[in-house]
Ligand binder design. Structure first.
Ligand code: SAM
Length: 223
């Protein structure tokens, strides 16, 4: 048999084995996370915020652009990870605007504090906070961003109610998800959660694998 044909055949077999392995791991992780939700370890947030994702899959500038940010706005990002998306948002609200980067894990916040100190960024405020019980006033926030974060929270509806409390009446919340995050929900699931709380879809971007949904507060009906 032709040498290169054998090499190609071996390569194909290896590829199939890897594919099956990752598929099984993915299914197992999905089952575990369905019944036992917990914040992903801090080191994992560093792995998922990598150059391939930032350059080819989910560009921070694009995510920020879709938020319709204006200078002077107050933004909250929940679950900022390494902070690449936080930085893109912070740039767009300069010079007066502020981005609060909040996370329930101290290790995530401490790492982000070090990064912004090193890069001399003055309008990002990292702080430990819980999406169920945010330390912000009612109707004080212009934009809320959550990337691969809401489905990780055991009670997403409860968190969304808290987001609605802090959001200004003309504010936006933006939810983004990426497949194959083991917590990945379909768009219609996230839309259903948001509608249940009193949000309505303003705009959607992306596709089945990677999407971003912008919601605004549904205006109250006047009789
Ligand atoms: C998958 S990471 C998101 C990483 C980042 N957004 C990205 O896309 O690279 C989810 C983050 O949400 C945080 N988180 C989970 N539950 C939370 C809660 N109740 N309040 C605030 N943050 C929470 C976790 O600690 C974790 O750092």
């Amino acid at each position: 048999m032709d040498f290169w044909l054998i090499i190609r055949f071996i390569f194909l077999i290896i590829l199939i084995i890897f594919g099956i392995f990752f598929f099984i791991v993915f299914i197992l992780l999905r089952i575990i996370r369905k019944y036992h939700k917990f914040p992903i370890p801090s080191f994992m947030t560093r792995l998922i915020d990598n150059p391939i994702r930032r350059k080819f899959i989910q560009k921070p500038e694009k995510v920020a652009e879709r938020l319709k940010l204006e200078s002077g706005m107050t933004v909250v990002e929940i679950g900022p990870g390494k902070g690449s998306y936080t930085k893109a948002i912070a740039k767009k609200v300069l010079p007066e605007g502020i981005v609060y980067a909040i996370d329930i894990q101290e290790s995530v916040i401490n790492r982000l504090k070090k990064r912004i100190e090193k890069e001399n960024i003055t309008n990002i405020i990292p702080k430990i906070d819980d999406a169920y019980n945010l330390s912000f006033e009612d109707e004080s926030i212009d934009r809320v961003l959550m990337i691969a974060c809401l489905p990780e929270i055991p009670e997403p509806i409860r968190a969304l109610k808290e987001l609605k409390r802090v959001l200004k009446t003309d504010g936006l919340i933006s939810l983004s998800e990426i497949f194959p995050d083991p917590d990945y929900p379909r768009r219609k699931t996230e839309k259903k959660w948001a509608e249940e709380v009193g949000f309505e879809l303003e705009e959607q971007f992306g596709n089945w694998f990677i999407y971003q949904l912008n919601f605004k507060i549904k205006p109250k009906k006047i009789n």
